[in-house]
Design a protein around this ligand. Sequence first.
Ligand code: NDP
Length: 240
Amino acid sequence: MSRIAVVTGGTRGIGEAISLKLKEKGRFVVANYGGNDAAAKEFSERTGIPVRKWDVGNHEACIESCAAIEAEFGSIDIMVNNAGITRDATMVKMTFEQWDEVIRVDLTGCFNMAKAVFTGMRERKWGRIVNIGSVNGQGGQIGQVNYAAAKSGIHGFTKSLAMEGARHGVTANAIAPGYIGTEMLSTIPENVMEKIVAQIPVGRLGNADEIARGVEFLTSENAGFITGSTLSINGGQHMY
Ligand code: NDP
């Protein structure tokens, strides 16, 4: 029987690549998204992957949506917390709303989704949770105190969750991507982008499939002894 996977933000960008990779490797995938109905419809028609819309920052919506998915398709074995947003501004200019929105979606979203599935995974003695962090959560970044705090929080969250799942067959790991060529980068000015690429030892941006391969491995049957780790996939940009 196929393992059932939910990928948040699974219809575009890195999430799309993760959904496709997990499907290709035999998992049954349900892709969540937040608001872009047209992209989700196109994705679902093209791939045959069912899509479900809810806001990962909304606790009740996460609990109810996961319960509905389990009633329709079966127990969720794999949770990939990929949904994320940026609201960049320097500290001087950042508003409370920009801070709050990013923490709510990027960090609280991971809590909400793990909360919805963790007890069931422990009871069934098998589960895989992968949270998508960021190189900027590891190293910080100008203009991103909100995003870096959320992503850094993901790494601590993952380690603690891993400890609580370890004796129950549930692993929790994080992936910290470097700069990956998706729409998320479209707000970064070209001259800034050139400077960023110059700091990446392999000399290029990553692509979404390179993150998806990491997720596929960490959610596989073979990865049961890997938990509480952070897999950096960043072209050598950050090595500690
Ligand atoms: P995109 O902006 O391309 O896609 C984001 C996805 O998240 C979309 O599917 C979007 O849904 C969904 N989403 C956003 N907000 C919510 C919400 N409140 N509830 C549910 N879904 C939501 O981002 P990327 O693919 O580039 O990024 C994916 C993850 O990787 C993020 O966590 C990001 O922080 C992280 N990351 C990305 C890097 C990069 O260089 N691109 C680098 C490091 C980390 P919708 O389509 O409806 O808008």
